[in-house]
Every structure is written in C-alpha cells, then in structure tokens.
Design a protein around this ligand. Structure first.
Ligand code: MF3
Ligand code: CO
Length: 256
C-alpha cells in the first residue's frame, strides 16, 4: 500500500527535507582536495544533533547486507556506486567525484537526498555523466503528477540515461518515503514490467534516485560487505530528491 500524506504531514516532510538540503549544501562546500569522507560524516552528524533530528541511516538495518549501517552518511567515491563508508583514510583527490547521500528523521518524518560533487576540476566526459544523471532526475521530477503513473517517472530516467549511452544501475532503486525511510512503492530507474504501475495520487511522496555508471550497469559489493562498486571500474553518479504529488504539481521537498 502506498501511504498518502496530508498537507500537514507534507509540511513535516518539508522540514526534514530542508534539513537534509542544508546539510548537503554545507558538505558540498567542504569538498576539496585533502578532506576526508569522515570529515564530512562528522559535520553532518553534528548538524543533525543541533537540529534535534535523528540520522536516518545510522543503525538502519539493511536486509540485503544483514547488518545495521553505522554512519549518518554514505560517501561513495569514483567507481563506488552506493553505501561507501566514511573513513579517515579516504582522502579526496583532485579529479575525484564523491556521492554524498544522507537522510534524517525529524518529528517522525523522513527526508532523504543525495548529490554528486566534483573535487576540483574533472574531465569533461565525467562532467557529462554528472549532468546527464542530474538532468534525468529533473525529467523524472516533472512526471510526479496526479494522474500520471509510476512508470512515467521510471521511464523519464531510463530514456534520458539510455539515450546518452550510460549504464543504469539495477540493483538499487528509489522508494516511497514518509514515516519510514523506505516505503512502497519501489522506484527503479528503469521500467520494470514485473512491478505494478500504480497511478500517482495527491499526497504520495517518492524518493527518486538515479544511479548511473559511465560504463556498464553491473555492480559488485566489496569486502566490507557494504560498498557497491561498478564491476568495470567506471565512475558512477547519483542524485536524489524527495518529491510530493500535489494539486500544484511536483513539490521537491529536499530543496528550496
Ligand atoms: N542510500 C539509500 C537511500 O537513499 C539509503 C541508505 S541505506 C543505509 O535510500 F544503509 F545507508 F542506511
Ligand atoms: Co533514498
């Protein structure tokens, strides 16, 4: 069942979403040569605490791994796709890209968002990967309207990424969000005809999160049991927003 939120509930999700936005803005500004991914983690954790929010990822049980996650951020660098573990040993270098993914629970409601940030200047073809991934999310957001169907959202990502020749990750998907970090429905970045294709209705909220590889789509989980990397070593980009269906069209809860 897809839970629909009242306008008052959407306002609470907005508050959670804007806290996530502020955190990602702060961390994006910190990204520079020599900064470690643990530095980002520590700032994010303090901002959550100061705001009276609970980190949504820390202690979150992930069935596929069979463990609880131990950090407030996922920081995935270059060929790492998702669930990169913040570490004092992971020192950012010029030409890297770092995916910062985080979520909070504030007053019972969740927000979840991710950005890919370049470290210094990056190669033009890598910039194109970031642009195509971000644009695919924007095109998907435009489909979050009452009367459309879930597959309209999924197809928007798939078409844009495929047209540009990049690989769509299939093992990780977006999701509904509300009083739980992960609610129904699953939101794959491609049309999965095995799934249902519900009509979108006012009050539904989707976390849309394209994960796009410069090369082939396949991923592999590393020896830490968490970090998923591209199999072919190509770099991967990730952007995520929470988007509500309203009578005025899509409302992106995780940005101003
Ligand atoms: N990256 C996932 C998402 O955006 C959530 C992280 S799972 C956790 O939905 F293990 F990090 F908590
Ligand atoms: Co998410």
């Amino acid at each position: 069942m897809i839970v629909r939120k009242t306008p008052a509930e959407l306002e609470k999700m907005r508050a959670a979403g804007m806290l996530v936005y502020r955190i990602l803005q702060e961390l994006s500004g910190m990204v520079k040569e020599g900064v470690t991914t643990l530095d980002l983690e520590n700032v994010a954790e303090k901002m959550m605490k100061d705001a009276g929010a609970r980190p949504a990822f820390k202690n979150y049980f992930v069935p596929a791994v069979g463990q609880r996650y131990r950090f407030v951020l996922c920081t995935s660098v270059n060929d790492e796709v998702v669930h990169g573990l913040p570490s004092a040993r992971r020192v950012l270098q010029p030409g890297d890209i770092v995916k910062i993914d985080t979520g909070v629970e504030l007053n019972g409601y969740f927000g979840d968002s991710a950005v890919t940030v370049p470290v210094g200047s990056i190669a033009p073809q890598l910039q194109k990967l970031l642009d195509v991934t971000r644009d695919s999310l924007e095109l998907a957001i435009q489909q979050v309207r009452a009367g459309n169907r879930l597959f309209d959202v999924c197809a928007a990502v798939e078409q844009h990424v495929t047209t540009n020749g990049f690989g769509i990750v299939r093992e990780f998907v977006g999701h509904g969000i509300g009083t739980q970090l992960h609610e129904e429905p699953q939101v794959p970045n491609y049309v999965d005809r095995k799934n249902e294709n519900p009509r979108l209705k006012e009050g539904m909220v989707l976390a849309i999160e394209p994960m796009v590889n410069a090369g082939k789509p396949e991923t592999r989980v590393g020896s830490d049991k968490w970090t998923a990397k591209t199999k072919d070593g190509s770099y991967s980009a990730h952007f995520e927003h929470c988007v509500a269906v309203t009578s005025n069209g899509p409302w992106v809860l995780t940005r101003p």
